[in-house]
Design a protein around this ligand. Sequence first.
Ligand code: B12
Length: 495
Amino acid sequence: MPQRIVLLEPPYVFWDRAMDRIRDGEESVTGWGVLVLAAVAKKRGHEVAIVDRKSGGSTLAAAVAEITALAPDVLGVSATTISVHNGARIAAAVKEKLPQVTTVVGGPHVSAVPQATLAAFPAFDYGVAGEGEVAFFALLDALASGAAIHDLPGVVVRGGDGAVRANCRAPYIDDLDALPFPAWDVLGDAFPHRFGPSIFNYRRTPVATLVSSRGCPFSCTFCDRSTSGKLGRYHGVEYVMEMCRMLAARGARHVMFYDDLFTVKRKRVVELCEAMIRAELPFTWSCNSHPNLLDFATMKLMKRAGCWQIAYGVESGSQRVLDVVKHEVKLPRLRETLRLTRQAGIRAKGYLMLGHPTETLASLEETRAFLEDVDLDVAQVTKFTPYPGTPAYATIHEYGTFTENWERMNAMNFTFIPNGLSEDILEDYFARCYRAFYTRPRVLWGLARALCAQPSYLLRFLGYARKYVAGARARRAGRDAAAALPSDSSLAAAP
Ligand code: B12
């Protein structure tokens, strides 16, 4: 039976915390999962709308008003760990106005901790653990027909006694090409023109994203594979090329590949690049990679195919820490990959974290020193966070003090303090690491060139600077972020 479905991406934070300056720097692209679910919904005859409230400091009232105006039968909430509270707040408020609405939560958080999520948030009627393209619609069909739901794979449900039952994870979808193309049309003309990617992440505008594969074979202990799995599943080259042509026709001039790991299979990367070169696509693109995977010839081919930036999970400048977190990389190889990337004419971006399990003063110092001379154009350092579902989460209390508060786990708070360290030491090194990298003349010169080449960077840069100053003032004034949290007794059970 056709239903009216609203898919919601909740805001990360409603209230103005000192850290909100970071959220403003965050990308506002609608999630790939939601776009594909919307496409499947349409194909099955449902009416579907997407409410994307991730960025822009949305208020609860505004999100609720937008949803209730759409009068959904089903509200599907796509939530990560940091957005699940807000998803529940919105679901509860929508239910007050539209008591008949069915609420379903999906996404990485409920996939990692299905029971805990439904137990914590009564506003969610059901959950879906794992990929939703089959499980979500099997649930809706069963609800419509009155069939049994408690055995449906991936469906998380409350029993009559209130206990939560989760039926294993939804099986991974093997044939990705059997899925419909993402429902970009649901976003209207705003897409891709209104997508605000992070500064220094794109060559030109408008910018769009593309996911060409799912899964990653590495076993890094900080990473959650609850939704995508370890086994790589790939769209065929022709399917990807068709998506590229669709994005080009919509006006995209830079595409960001948001695969778990774009370069897992060298042969596939080569085939894709060759097809892109033949098609003479009008956009540049960027992707991510693991430092062990690419050789110089492939990088040069990627450059010819329009690759502008590769983002690498660098994670740490300490070999000992890299070994502990099972990143399976040796520092000399890592440095060489970064050097070759830049030599091939592609910008190299590095993601690092501080405060890993077993981190010490010595390893923090190694990371700082590493940032003083490593061959990177951009470095992004975040604060290690043990997300539910990651291997690190299971044993985290052996390595230090972890305060599990889902809303604060945005990788910009040290929620985990390794044994022997303190938050002050970590914050000090966080600032030192950024200073070590962003005071290097070569790095500054590169950023200045990028700022001049891309006018939208300058506007963003000024916007961040304004937010940064406001945030610093707020912190100096000693405003207590926690005190600004909306009081909400229905969330009392949630970490
Ligand atoms: C691309 C990506 C990003 C992009 C874009 C995010 C976006 N809006 O599209 C950027 C770079 C912005 C980003 C940022 C961050 N990310 Co990120 N990201 C990813 C990545 C690599 C792929 C996501 C994706 O598109 N997958 C493909 C689609 C098809 O899968 P999907 O979105 O999960 O959707 C499927 C299911 O989840 C489910 N589903 C989803 N929604 C719904 C809704 C309903 C109703 C139902 C029924 C089902 C359902 O069905 C979908 C289709 O199968 C994932 C890794 C991963 N595999 O999950 C990490 C991941 C989601 N990110 C993560 C994190 C931690 C972050 C950051 C905090 C990192 C940081 N240092 O800043 C930030 C902040 C994000 C946030 N605020 O929550 C974690 C989340 C862990 C958690 N428990 O919350 C992940 C899982 C990676 C990890 N470390 O383990 N990220």
